[in-house]
Design a protein around this ligand. Structure first.
Ligand code: ZN
Length: 410
């Protein structure tokens, strides 16, 4: 149950009007009429359809310029909630949000993804239920569920595909697990894509082209093209961790999790940095330990973080020439470790990319930090369930109200 992707919105149906209202372009009936060319009576009828779904609020009257002041229209963000989960390798974050993406309640927990889908999803289901109780809402206000996982996903079916660090999850039908309790769309994507979506929606909505780089144990990239996540032909777009960045005896001696040598992830990921620090006699079990050592100012860790930034910068410099983004956002736990990571990335990107591509390019740190994924999972749901096609389908499926029967035909 991943929702109906084949339905098409009416060009100026109620769903499109809602979108214009949500984007702030259609604040009054007169605005909507001017934007769509629809008769006022048709607009009134479609607004009534939105109102019958609980999606509309009237904010009172705007400043009058003479005559009867127009009523200001707004989207009712509390018309329902989204359930969101960002499942990491060892740690997960869950939230209930309203339909404006505002977090109403959230929770995080140690939850090893390697425990397998039954164990993990039972816990997610239980926590979702507890969060809904915490905000005093029932199951029937849930409009959709969004889940991010640390591996590749076939987005259309919500099934992980050969995920290297998720034993037992390959092909597992995650959406079906929630079908009994909630009759709503369940959308699944990989963690980097939802982080990109969360950061773009929250902080860079006016930017069309953005790259989000997650630097954690591994390294991945979420690509926003023309405001939307670009997944590629097989959903494998953005897997920059396995681009070859180095050759030579040292690089060739480090075998990556993918089986190749010289991969970016095997040389610059948090896992690789931890291994290097252990070689130098430091106590660094994983990428979190690298973060702690760098924050504490341990010179070897700080230097490694800078070098890692430079290597990531090499791949990003090529990506910038290929793709010409306006913004590169660096996220993931290692990005929060030390300014030297961002400094290393910037140094190489500005030096190696073409001047035209970097003229207005910004390279910044994720502002949502460890909440980017869970916010993005909610955004994925909100954008899906409030799309014009989904709204028109929901209205078509609803039993007609007395007013619609009386005023049918447009
Ligand atoms: Zn690799």
């Amino acid at each position: 149950m991943t929702g109906d992707r084949t339905s098409v919105a009416h060009p100026f149906g109620a769903g499109t009007l809602l979108q214009l209202i949500r984007e702030g372009d259609g604040a009054t009936r007169a605005d909507l009429s001017a934007l769509t060319g629809l008769a006022r009576s048709t607009i009134a009828q479609r607004l009534e359809q939105l109102r019958s779904q609980g999606l509309l609020r009237e904010l009172g009257e705007s400043d009058s310029t003479g005559g009867r002041p127009p009523m200001m229209l707004a989207f009712n963000e509390d018309a329902g909630v989204a359930l969101a989960a960002d499942l990491g390798a060892t740690h997960s974050r869950l939230a209930v949000t309203n339909l404006g993406g505002t977090v109403l309640a959230e929770d995080s927990a140690d939850m090893p993804i390697a425990s397998g889908p039954e164990t993990v999803l039972d816990l997610v289901d239980e926590r979702f239920h507890a969060l809904l109780r915490e905000v005093g809402r029932d199951d029937d206000v849930v409009r959709g569920i969004g889940i991010g996982v640390p591996g590749p996903v076939e987005h259309a079916t919500g099934r992980p595909r050969n995920p290297p660090i998720m034993p037992g999850w390959d092909g597992y039908p995650i959406p079906e697990r929630f079908a009994d309790r909630y009759r709503v769309p369940v959308l699944v994507d990989n963690d980097v894509n939802i982080m990109a979506l969360g950061e773009h929606w929250t902080n860079w909505a006016a930017v069309d082209h953005l790259l989000f780089i997650k630097v954690g144990t591994g390294i991945g990239c979420g690509i926003v093209v023309a405001g939307r996540i670009h997944r590629g032909a097989e959903g494998a777009a953005g897997d920059i961790g396995h681009i070859r960045v180095a050759a030579g005896d040292e690089a060739d001696s480090i075998v990556c999790s993918c089986g190749n040598v010289g991969c970016l992830e095997a040389l610059a990921g948090g896992g690789a940095m931890a291994a290097r620090l252990r070689d130098q006699g430091l106590d660094a079990a994983d990428s979190r330990a690298v973060v702690e050592l760098a924050r504490a100012g341990e010179p070897a860790a700080v230097r490694l973080v800078r070098d890692s930034g430079r290597l990531i910068g090499e791949v990003l410099a090529a990506s910038v020439n290929l793709y010409n983004p306006s913004v590169i956002v660096i996220g993931g736990d290692v990005s929060q470790a030390h300014e030297q990571l961002l400094a290393g990335v910037r140094e190489v990107v500005y030096q190696r990319s073409l001047p035209l591509a970097t003229r207005h390019l910004r390279v910044v740190r994720s502002q949502l930090a460890d909440r980017a994924g869970v916010i993005g999972a909610a955004v994925m749901v909100i954008e899906h369930v409030l799309s014009p096609a989904a709204i028109d389908a929901a209205i078509a499926a609803a039993p007609p109200g007395p007013r619609e029967l009386a005023g049918a035909g447009d």
